[in-house]
Design a protein around this ligand. Structure first.
Ligand code: GN1
Ligand code: CA
Ligand code: CA
Length: 269
């Protein structure tokens, strides 16, 4: 209010000056020769009303990085996976139950049974004769001896152990391997009857000293027939075995050339 009043008084004062001058001089004189001086500085006015809110300021710099948040909640169950590869083949199943019996067969033809029986009987007689003849050829002419399972043949050719074994093998057999007393006695009698004093048999310790084996690679088990003091591996070089005429066994050098006995397995079928 005080400022307004001062302003009004200043205007009034200026007006009065102008008026007093106008009565003695023209307006152009007044304008060209007088300078209107400003009045004294008024008092400080009152503070104005609070202005309108200003415009938004510029975007500030980014704040510092926040703390790591709490872990989220566990997710829901996922989708079912792809079908897996084919599994290994299963074990063989149990044998099935027997099937039902088949239909009855056709009636048979009547036969002349008496005639057939006679022929079969005659064939049996012929077979028995042939067996006798065979036995004669084997035992008397060829000199073959036999047990229920095997034939034995003394070969009257002198050979070292290895050649003797090859000779027997080439004919489908092996050097004789007496594995019980009965067979050993049979062979001893055979050696005696043939007039011989010693023959190679299929026993050796070629693979490991003092570990005697049969030529079929089976070890001596419950049976052997060593002569007293044998096997002695005389001169450190006796790895093959001979049977002498009393049936006793002696280890000798393998390069010795003597007779030998082969054995052949009988066909069971
Ligand atoms: C024989 O002959 P001598 O004693 O050297 C035999 C050995 C026997 C030994 C038994 C080649 O040897 O194997 O152990 O008698 N050697 C030969 O006394 O027959
Ligand atoms: Ca030996
Ligand atoms: Ca010996």
């Amino acid at each position: 209010m005080e400022v307004e009043w001062v302003k009004k008084c200043s205007f009034l004062l200026i007006f009065l000056q102008l008026y007093s001058l106008s009565i003695h001089r023209t307006a152009s004189d007044i304008c060209s020769t007088h300078i209107i001086l400003p009045g004294p500085k008024g008092d400080q006015g009152e503070n104005g009303d609070i202005g309108e809110p200003g415009r938004s300021g510029k975007l500030g710099p980014p704040g510092s990085k926040g703390l790591i948040g709490e872990p989220g909640q566990k997710g829901g169950i996922g989708q079912r996976g792809k079908i897996g590869p084919v599994g290994a083949k299963g074990d063989k199943g149990n044998r099935g139950y027997p099937g039902p019996p088949g239909n009855k067969g056709q009636p048979g033809h009547s036969c002349d049974c008496g005639r057939y029986r006679k022929i079969v009987g005659q064939m049996d007689i012929n077979i028995a004769r042939l067996n006798n003849t065979m036995r004669f050829v084997k035992n008397v002419i060829a000199g073959v001896k036999e047990t229920e399972e095997k034939f034995y043949l003394i070969v009257k050719e002198v050979k070292n152990y290895n050649s003797a074994l090859v000779h027997c093998k080439d004919r489908g057999g092996s050097l004789a391997m007496p594995k019980d007393e009965e067979t050993n006695s049979l062979l001893a009698a055979y050696v005696n009857k043939t007039g011989l004093s010693r023959v190679f048999i299929g026993v050796n310790d070629l693979e490991k000293e003092r570990q005697f084996m049969y030529t079929d690679s089976t070890p001596l088990q419950n049976y052997s027939h060593w002569r007293p003091g044998e096997p002695n591996n005389a001169f450190g070089g006796e790895d093959c075995v001979e049977m002498v005429s009393d049936g006793g066994w002696n280890d000798v050098e393998c390069h010795l050339s003597i007779y030998f006995v082969c054995e052949f397995l009988k066909k069971t079928s």
